[in-house]
Design a protein around this ligand. Structure first.
Ligand code: 5GP
Ligand code: MN
Length: 344
């Protein structure tokens, strides 16, 4: 038995909206990760079995290591299909907002998602959601949106519709948002859900292989290069920084997903409790921030890089030169010294 966490009123309202809807659109955040794609596809599968017409929309492309999921080929990538995306948003009866808490997280779809008059249901686990949905199911204590989705399906009485394909999507979301169950994963109920997914016939070891062991030779060499040449340790602050320029990415034929997880590696050095990865794109600088223990990566991201996220995993953006982003990081570290040197 799972502990009940979603309020009865949210469940009742969501059920009503689902019952009324013929056409449902599911949207998730920009640069979708395993949890975003996994939770969106799984929900899509269930809604289709409930007789709905379903479209899954992502703002931009998703990494190759997720391309094995059932239904992934039918996903509408908004930046390639702008007209279709606009049409879908306006002609849907219900919009699910999966794995994001503020309209800004859907990039160029922000305005559309915010202003469209369609009824909206949010299912998400990021702290401090904004109030832009008719039903907000937000539980930051959850390992992942995928885990929260499983609980939602339980509460609306649709668990029996989970088949092997949707179970794989949910498992992949839970796995990727917990670093294969190495963080945010101390709840025994998480493993109850994993156990139920295994009963649906998933091969969890094969999913791990598909997601984590899919690299090209150049990707592995890029990792070696980055760790040997680019990682800087700020011993005084228990912090690490890796940067990667646009030029360097070209040299290693960077593609989406290639640098996923780089930011976590310095945390395996004893005493390092804060790690930042800064990657230069053509017109923007992207930041990934990770921490261990109580150091608030999301607060640092919000204060310094206009970003946010979870306590231990956050992100942000910077418009300007790579070296200026680095300078901002370096200048900010002393302000956080006390929090960084506390051991826990
Ligand atoms: P990642 O480093 O994997 O791109 O992002 C880690 C987490 O940080 C995401 O799950 C998301 O919650 C958050 N995040 C990433 N980029 C941004 C951003 O630009 N703005 C905000 N508010 N959060 C972000
Ligand atoms: Mn997530």
């Amino acid at each position: 038995m799972l502990k009940k966490i979603i309020s009865d009123s949210s469940i009742q309202q969501a059920k009503k909206l689902i019952d009324k809807a013929k056409r449902v659109t599911i949207v998730t955040h920009v640069s979708p990760d395993g949890d975003a794609i996994g939770s969106s596809l799984a929900l899509g599968h269930i809604l289709k079995q409930m007789g709905k017409h379903v479209d899954v929309v992502v703002p931009n492309n998703y990494p190759g290591f997720l391309k094995w999921m059932d239904g992934v080929k039918e996903i509408v990538v908004a930046e390639w299909k702008e007209d279709l995306t606009t049409w879908l948003m306006h002609h849907t009866d219900l919009l699910f907002c999966m794995d994001f808490n503020v309209p800004k997280r859907v990039g160029k779809l922000e305005n559309l998602v915010e202003t469209v008059s369609t009824k909206k249901i949010m299912i998400d686990h990021h702290p401090e959601p904004l109030n832009f949905c008719n039903v907000t199911i937000s539980h930051p204590e959850m390992s992942s949106t995928s885990e929260l989705l499983y609980r939602f399906l339980n509460d609306i009485g649709q668990l029996n519709k989970i088949n092997k394909s949707s179970a794989e999507c949910i498992y992949a979301g839970m796995m990727t948002d917990t670093g294969a169950f190495t963080y945010n994963s101390n709840s025994h109920e998480t493993y109850h859900i994993v156990s139920e997914l295994l009963k649906k016939g998933i091969d969890k070891d094969a999913i791990y292989q598909r997601v984590y062991n899919h690299y090209s030779e150049l990707r592995i060499r890029l990792e070696g290069y980055v760790l040997y040449e680019k990682m800087r340790i700020f011993e005084e602050y228990n912090a690490a920084l890796i940067t990667l320029s646009f030029e360097e990415q070209k040299r290693f034929q960077w593609k989406k997903g290639d640098t996923e997880g780089f930011v976590n590696i310095p945390l395996s050095i004893e005493n390092i409790r804060f790690s930042v990865f800064i990657r230069e794109e053509e017109d923007i600088i992207k930041l990934s921030l990770r921490s261990q223990g109580s150091f608030p990566a999301n607060q640092f991201a919000a204060d310094v890089f206009n970003g946010g996220g979870h306590l231990n995993a956050a992100g942000g953006e910077f418009y300007g030169k790579l070296e200026d982003a680095v300078k901002l990081f370096e200048d900010a570290l002393p302000r956080y010294k006390e929090q960084l040197i506390i051991k826990n």
